[in-house]
Design a binder for this molecule. Sequence first.
Ligand code: SF4
Length: 374
Amino acid sequence: MNEYDSNRILDITKKINYSLTKDLIETNCYILNTCHIREKATEKVYHDIGRLKKEFRNKKKPIVLIAGCVAQAEGDILLKKEKYIDAVIGPQSYHQINDTIIKLEKKLKPINITEFEVIEKFDTLNFIKNSDSKISSFLTIQEGCNKFCKFCVVPYTRGPEYSRSIEELVQEANHLVKNGAKEINLLGQNVNAYKFEKKKLSDLIFEISKIKDLKRIRYTTSHPRDFTKDLIEAHKNCDKLMPLIHLPVQSGSNKILEAMNRRHTIEDYLKIVENLKKIKPSVKFSSDFIIGYPGETYKDFKETIKLMNKVGFINSFSFMYSSRPGTPAFNLDKIDEKDAKNRLIEFQHIAENVKNKYRKSLIKKQLKFYLKIK
Ligand code: SF4
């Protein structure tokens, strides 16, 4: 989503005659779009600013703007601690970036814009053409989250769930296809919680699939609780929908899922996998895993390995649990770091084998949907 947001920030700033430069020293406005999901995000910002300062030593400093979720979560601290930063702007306020830059050009005081103005943001963005011209383009359809998993910052940095209208999304998808996109990846923190009036994600997929020159549709990231029957059916009825589903599970242990407040069980998860496979035998899955969540025993961890082998995830994103300030899990007792590290190594080794086994099975195969795109 940050990639989508960065592209849109560029589209917006073009309106006040800014453009992208690859030469840092030419920069007169430096925008760092940040992610807060992992530990050390804030330190990375200070580190980056340090490099920038070095580059601009004895030269006129550029306007420095920190955008994204670090700005949202720690904006005041950033402005206080690092005077080189001129403004912080949250992920739901970046439609105000031009006003902010114009104010800063006039040398006004540091600015903090971190309200949740998601409706206003998309109202503004709808009037600015998406100029992304990649074969595979991102399209944000939904933002925010109401689920409040205990480890996660998203509900606090992106705010509550919000879905854009089908009409504006079809319009933006058409622009992307005109710009050359063959594939669109629909984005949302809870993409399958998409709901606009009575329309769901499956309705949106069918609408977008009507765009003639669009060959493929993907969506990410889904939550098991929102994996409704109509979405499963869409995998049968929509040819353009790719048979790869990123469905984060986080842990294979029901005890840990409950501790995380994931609001689903392993049985629920496996039922979705089973139903999808029934409808589309070629479907494959990828997932996210948190290893070493507070309270995880080796037995719980073995459940995660069991799940990995059972589903055969062809791609996995696994991390050692990292506590995020402001989340309910922040003050929980962590498990021994060495144990967590060893489990992560063990898990990644198995995940790599599962992935490679799948990749080897593809050698010398030609797949229909890859050919279609040419
Ligand atoms: S559902 Fe996803 S985005 Fe929402 S709180 Fe849980 S992990 Fe975070």
